[in-house]
Write a protein that binds this ligand. Structure first.
Ligand code: SF4
Ligand code: SF4
Length: 74
């Protein structure tokens, strides 16, 4: 089973809390075309929901799914 993490990146403040709490080092910050950093999730994600629980925006959600979607919803 693969997992995916979804986030409206316009809501992300770049606080880094999700990166700090991830037990699989599955989150990295990337820069978009406008120079804003946003979190990107790789295939190491196990869907533990820790990032969702700690994100101060409340706009982050993780889901266990059966297909490979992988990555942040941009
Ligand atoms: S769901 Fe868990 S493993 Fe996946 S990115 Fe969030 S904290 Fe990391
Ligand atoms: S915890 Fe939420 S606001 Fe902070 S960097 Fe991660 S997604 Fe962005």
């Amino acid at each position: 089973m693969r997992t995916t993490v979804q986030m409206d990146k316009t809501c992300c403040t770049g606080c880094g809390a999700c990166i700090s709490v991830c037990p699989k080092q599955a989150i990295q910050m990337k820069m978009d075309d406008e120079g804003f950093y946003y979190p990107s999730v790789n295939e190491n994600c196990i869907g533990c929901n820790r990032c969702e629980n700690i994100c101060p925006t409340g706009k982050l959600s993780s889901h266990a799914i059966l297909s490979v979607l992988g990555g942040w919803n941009e």
